[in-house]
Write a protein that binds this ligand. Structure first.
Ligand code: NDP
Ligand code: MG
Length: 367
């Protein structure tokens, strides 16, 4: 049995992983789980899956559990596993990713912020400790599968699909009236709040363009984004002979999650039938969704602006969800933060944390 730990197990990705393991009685032994504040879910899942260890990463006091980030590290040391699913949301996930890789443990990575902010540090850490990073983001899991089936030299570009979110047809003059409730109504995917807002603004697709560039070594000119409202095609590769190859399935994160955790995964998702399927594609609208274009600028800059983008996005989304700022202000704060000078690159975790802090402070000062 493959031994696994799931960090952020109380969230949307963590729960999808556990539901698939239970429903299909998968040969995965759930050794350790963590949540940040949701102790009830953690205890219930710990009992249900017979986990040996639980960790609550916030400072909520919980008897018999590992606690805080140091507790998370102690848990990983005391309870060996073969692979960890990092399903923590936000910048906090980077520290956990580094801790996993430093221990030479393979990392099934849902936390895209680890790649966007960690960049080369993350990959250096994996190489140094002979650990694998396996992408769980559905587009990137699809790209991994497509790239492993094609000679790298024959792949001209990566094509990442975007659902377009709930505001695909909303005119710009109505953006000022959009509420968090409107933005949380995602048409195809059920996800945590932060990523759902990011899907409405296309900030999620921007993070994914950066993630794909860093993961697979393709530059800004060799990554395309196409809006595909049904979310059936997860990503594509365009090859030098003019052909395009795609991965398709029903929109269900089970495919990417279980695909990352098992070497020969069984199907945990509903079968795709073509009879009633209708797929459509359109170009993204850069005028109404400027954050997507920003990702390509960030890649061309090659400085610390990816970290600033992520930090400003976390600050602005939280303020929007709190009702403190409007939808257009949320976008504006992110654009203006990234527009500041972010010269240089980071060569240590401490430098990344410092850039993240600067990004947050800049964004907060604009609220
Ligand atoms: P959720 O908000 O649903 O869950 C987040 C999880 O992380 C919860 O278990 C939460 O604990 C925990 N957590 C929150 N803050 C911290 C922290 N500071 N330190 C440690 N743990 C923390 O998020 P999602 O499951 O939607 O997303 C998780 C990650 O996966 C994100 O990076 C997202 O971008 C990525 N992803 C998600 C997809 C999806 O379909 N949901 C698709 C592709 C990628 P608690 O519940 O106790 O607060
Ligand atoms: Mg995705």
């Amino acid at each position: 049995m493959r031994r696994i730990a799931i960090l952020g197990s109380s969230g949307s990705i963590g729960q999808r992983a556990l539901s698939a393991i239970a429903a299909f009685n998968l040969p995965l032994s759930v050794v350790a789980l963590s949540s940040h504040t949701n102790i009830d879910q953690l205890i219930a899942d710990g009992k249900r899956f017979g986990a040996n260890a639980l960790c609550v990463t916030s400072h909520v006091v919980a008897d018999g559990m590992y606690q805080g980030f140091e507790g998370l590290e102690a848990m990983l040391d005391a309870h060996p596993v073969d692979i960890v699913l990092n399903a923590i949301s936000g910048f906090a996930g980077l520290r956990a990713s580094l801790a996993i890789l430093e221990r030479g443990i393979d990392l099934a990575l849902a936390n895209k912020e680890s790649v966007v902010c960690g960049g080369s540090l993350l990959f250096d850490r994996a190489r140094a400790h002979n650990a694998q990073i396996i992408a769980v983001d559905s587009e990137h899991a699809a790209l991994s599968a497509l790239l492993s089936a094609h000679d790298r030299k024959t792949v001209e570009s990566l094509i990442i699909t975007a659902s377009g979110g709930p505001f695909r047809h909303v005119a710009k003059e109505h953006f000022k009236d959009l509420t968090p409730r409107d933005a949380l109504a995602h048409p195809t995917w059920q996800m945590g709040k932060k990523i759902t807002i990011d899907s409405a603004t296309l900030a999620n697709k921007a993070l994914e363009v950066i993630e794909a560039s860093y993961l697979f070594g393709f530059g800004a000119d060799d990554i395309e984004v196409v809006v595909h409202p049904q979310s059936i095609v997860h990503s594509m590769v365009r090859t030098t002979d003019g052909a395009v190859y795609a991965q398709l399935s029903k929109p269900d994160m089970g495919l990417a999650i279980i695909g990352a955790l098992m070497s020969t995964p069984p199907s945990v998702i509903e079968r795709l039938e073509f009879g009633s399927l209708s797929l459509s594609f359109e170009n993204p609208d850069a005028d109404r969704f400027p954050l997507l274009a920003l990702a390509f600028d960030i890649l061309r800059r090659g400085d610390r602006s990816a970290i600033a983008f992520n930090a400003a996005d976390e600050v602005a989304v939280a303020a929007f969800l709190d009702g403190a700022i409007s939808y257009p202000t949320m976008i504006d704060v992110i654009l203006r933060t990234v527009d500041l000078p972010w010269d240089g690159t980071c060569s240590s975790y401490e430098e990344i944390v410092d850039s993240d802090r600067q990004g947050r402070e800049a964004a907060l000062s604009m609220l």
